[in-house]
Design a protein around this ligand. Structure first.
Ligand code: GLV
Ligand code: MG
Length: 302
């Protein structure tokens, strides 16, 4: 699994940002051809993105390009130009506004043809699918099962809120008037279930109030607590917070490793299945929970 605690959005139409992004320690960078690029700048953005992939230094990052969605006239040309121009530099393409499995199958098929025609290794380029409208959410299970290239489902809160008619203008915050609970809980869990049922990662989308770092942290903590693997970041100031929030604390990581060591000892040496570790009873299910935290901690280099 690739690291995606922080996924940095970089507008493909802005050469300065494409340059600057190379120095930012996000786990993933995605160069955007979709909603951060004005319709009149789409073609120039494609050229910028191919140039940045070819000439830039993106080592150590998961490298992704977001193409336009399938209702537009741009998608096929985005895919062909980017993959023919810089497919060897690319880890994944991100497809926005995925509404059903056929959208992902289309991209999978086109990628296969481009790989074959250009002598690229077949199946190496992965797909990230954004779930950002009601239809995408109700079809999330089929979408998650649609292609072996699929690596992650990504929640797109801004488009999603617009699609369902949620009455708010601040992405990620609770809609005014909704005080009972968390208006995002169902959506996040639905995406997480579909992703996990098919061994995919689940990524939370953007928080647009980039000066409100406390708000960003709160929203990121919610997604991390549920089990999400990471979140979009729109500004360098959000990167460090995302990397921290989506890694376990040192204390939790140490505790997880302790559970794994203790459980290994008791089950293999003493042949006991459920044992006490301090005040806590641990068994096979505890081992699985500890493995989740330990794996995230090891990936974060704790
Ligand atoms: C991201 O694409 C969003 O719509 O929130
Ligand atoms: Mg969107």
């Amino acid at each position: 699994m690739r690291a995606r605690r922080s996924c940095l959005a970089v507008p493909g139409s802005n050469p300065r940002f494409l340059e600057k992004a190379q120095g930012i320690a996000a786990d993933e960078v995605f160069l955007d051809l979709e909603d951060s690029v004005a319709p009149g700048a789409k073609e120039e953005a494609r050229r910028n993105v191919v140039g940045a992939l070819r000439e830039g230094d993106w080592t150590g990052r998961t490298v992704v390009v977001r193409v336009n969605d399938l209702t537009t006239q741009w998608t096929y040309r985005d895919v062909i130009d980017v993959v023919e121009g810089a497919g060897d530099r690319l880890d994944c393409l991100m497809l926005p506004k995925v509404q059903d499995a056929a959208h992902v199958v289309w991209l999978d098929t086109l990628l296969g043809q481009i790989e074959r025609a250009n002598g690229l290794p077949e199946g190496r380029i992965g797909i990230e699918a954004q779930i950002e409208n009601a239809r995408g959410l109700v079809n999330a299970d089929d979408i998650a099962a649609s292609s072996p290239r699929l690596e992650t489902l990504v929640f797109g809160p801004a488009d999603f809120m617009a699609s369902i008619g949620m009455r708010t203008l601040v992405v990620g915050r609770q809609p005014p008037g909704y005080d009972e609970g968390d208006a995002y809980h169902y959506i996040l869990m639905r995406i997480l279930m579909a992703a996990r049922a098919h061994d995919l990662q689940a990524i939370d989308g953007p928080y647009l109030q980039i000066r409100d770092l406390d708000g960003f942290r709160a929203v990121a903590r919610r997604a991390a607590a549920l089990g999400f693997d990471g979140k979009w970041v729109l500004h360098p100031t959000q990167v460090e917070t995302a990397n921290e929030v989506f890694s376990p604390s040192q204390e939790d990581y140490d505790h997880a490793e302790l559970i794994l060591d203790a459980y290994e000892y008791y089950t293999t040496v003493e042949k006991r299945g459920a044992v006490m570790l301090g005040d806590e009873m641990i068994d096979e299910a505890s081992r699985k929970m500890a493995l989740v935290v330990a794996a995230k901690g090891r990936a974060a280099g704790l």
